[in-house]
Ligand binder design. Structure first.
Ligand SMILES: Cc1ncc(COP(=O)(O)O)c(C=O)c1O
Length: 383
């Protein structure tokens, strides 16, 4: 079997969940697990997030993966339904929907009765991506209320920050000001904070926080890594050496011959490449961990392989190689490649095997039950 695997440490995931809980003791926690749980494997992650108040995904298909995995917790569709055909399955699977655009209200108004769906109204406070402008919100709420949307559920107003990871925080303060100036109906709940705002803006915790990246132990701030913030990386991308070869001074290695040996030495070939989500853009010289030591890449990343400069110390075929993980922060690699850790994690290819560690047999039993929660995301009454 090809030795490459994404090792997913569910013990670390649960520890991160507890750390988030400690940071936001009063707000409800909606774990964002879209894009295959940021590449970590949606079913396993969803089942392991026992104790979370709800889960959020991008679309119906992702929600159905969670339901099929036995997850009965409330699930929010962050982009709501894309067309009319999705309303009935969303209702059947007891999903909650973000409403962010007039066409979604029109779809709901065309139905003979309002579906048993909890709706979250998205407000655009400055990101200019999804959501109603603040001045439109009263009419949106009125139209939804007229159809009975809030007969069983309290309205939830949500917004999303564009720059919560920035140290100056000016743009986020502006968005908070616009969000707080909204004339929201009595009893309405609010939600704004992603991972960065959860840590940097306690004033924006409101009723629900929505962390994603942080739960996976990765920092949302460009100049920090998750460990320095007290979180544990959940994913390690690990492979093994599959060949060893000697090089003589002047020998070139790999496509383009960009790496050239200056002295006699050893090159290890390891089974991982851009076909697995380890980007072609990773530069020559980038460190990987071979057994206990850090060694530089020798030349370009191929589709299925990398070459590693071992210097004068060879290692046996079958030696473990870590590309990122607890000993090698994915945040550092993202900086070197000129991307964000989100992209590296989400970019794990479908052929990569998952090795799940730290699983607890009773995970699913521990999840809150959507039925028990009145078929919707539970309201934090005590807040
Ligand atoms: C609406 C919304 N809320 C919350 C999140 C979670 O963000 P993060 O992973 O930075 O915590 C996302 C992710 O993109 C999002 O789109």
């Amino acid at each position: 079997m090809r030795p490459l695997r994404a090792r997913i440490d569910l013990g670390a995931l649960r520890a991160n969940l507890r750390a988030v809980r400690r940071a936001v003791p009063k707000a409800r926690l909606l774990a964002v697990v879209k894009a295959n749980a940021y590449g970590h494997g949606l079913a396993a992650v969803g089942r392991a997030l026992a104790g979370v108040d709800g889960l959020a995904v991008a679309c119906l298909e992702e929600a159905l993966v969670l339901r099929e995995a036995g997850v009965r917790a409330p699930i929010l569709l962050l982009e709501g339904f894309f067309d009319e055909d999705e309303v009935a399955p969303a209702e059947r699977h007891r999903l909650s929907c973000v409403v962010h655009d007039p066409h979604q209200i029109e779809i709901l108004e065309r139905r003979s009765s309002f579906p048993a769906l909890d709706v979250w109204v998205k407000v655009d406070t400055g990101m200019n991506r999804l959501g109603f402008p603040p001045e439109a919100v009263p009419v949106v709420l009125e139209r939804l209320a007229a159809r009975g949307a809030f007969a069983r559920h309290r309205p939830v107003l949500m917004t999303h920050f564009a720059q919560a990871d920035r140290p100056d925080g000016e743009a986020t303060r502006d968005q908070i000001r616009r969000f707080e100036a909204l004339a929201s109906p009595p009893g309405a709940l609010r939600s704004a904070a992603n991972s960065a705002a959860l840590l940097a803006c306690p004033e924006a915790h409101y009723d629900w926080v929505r962390p994603g990246l942080l739960l996976f132990g990765v920092s949302p701030f460009p100049d920090r890594d998750g460990t320095s913030l007290g979180f544990r990386p959940v994913m390690s991308l690990i492979t093994e050496t599959i060949a060893l070869r000697r090089v003589a001074p002047g020998d070139r290695v790999g496509y383009g011959g960009v790496w050239r040996a200056e002295r006699p030495g050893w090159i290890a070939i390891a089974a991982v490449g851009y076909g697995d989500g380890y980007p072609w853009r990773v530069p020559d010289g980038n460190p990987v961990r071979v057994g206990p030591r850090l060694c530089p890449l020798a030349g370009r990343v191929s589709m299925d392989m990398i070459a590693i400069d071992l210097g004068t110390d060879p290692v046996p075929v079958g030696t473990p190689v870590e590309l990122w993980g607890s000993g090698l922060p994915v945040e550092d690699l993202a900086r070197r490649v000129g991307t964000v850790p989100y992209e590296l994690l989400c970019g794990i290819a479908s052929r990569v095997r998952y090795e799940i560690v730290g699983e607890e047999p009773s995970d699913v039993e521990g999840l809150p039950d959507a039925d028990a929660a009145n078929e919707t995301l539970p309201c934090p009454e005590a807040l």
